[in-house]
Design a protein around this ligand. Structure first.
Ligand code: DQA
Length: 146
């Protein structure tokens, strides 16, 4: 069975491609899902790609991943900057966690410069556009290679 990598997307990312395209680009989340699935096949891993606008749902999925995924790629979106609960859930997960931001959060408003999730993440990719997901996937795949 190929190792499973959970790719999680937080609030408003369902609107990727429509919302602030000057910041986040024109690709949709379905495009990103497809690109991740194509790369996963090359890397010999399986990707489980999900999005929710609800903090509790993201937390439940992270709990489930404890028994079913070997690593997590997460774009927590705005919860990055607010959610101790997401940090705690990720801290209860044993495998590698890579945090992704499409935009360069460090070039933006001050409130985006702090990430609760970074306190747990093994790596952070910001400002590489949606390609950041592919970089993160490669990293999790290499960290979980047996
Ligand atoms: C984001 C950056 C966050 O600050 C913002 O709230 C998002 C998306 C990014 O991918 O650049 O929704 O995580």
């Amino acid at each position: 069975m190929p190792r499973k990598i959970l790719v999680l997307n937080g609030p408003n990312l369902n609107l990727l491609g429509q919302r602030q395209p000057e910041v986040y680009g024109r690709e949709t989340l379905a495009d990103v899902d497809r690109a991740c699935t194509t790369l996963a096949a090359e890397l010999g891993v399986e990707v489980d790609f999900r999005q929710s606008n609800h903090e509790g749902q993201l937390i439940d999925w992270i709990h489930e991943a404890r028994g079913s995924a070997s690593g997590i790629v997460i774009n927590p979106a705005a919860y990055t900057h607010t959610s101790v609960a997401l940090l705690d859930a990720l801290s209860a997960f044993d495998g590698p966690v890579i945090e992704v931001h499409i935009s360069n959060v460090h070039k933006r408003e001050d409130f985006r410069h702090h990430s609760f999730v970074s306190l747990r993440a093994d790596g952070v990719i910001a400002g590489c556009g949606t390609e950041g997901y592919l970089l993160a996937l490669r990293r999790v795949a290499s960290l979980t290679r047996g």
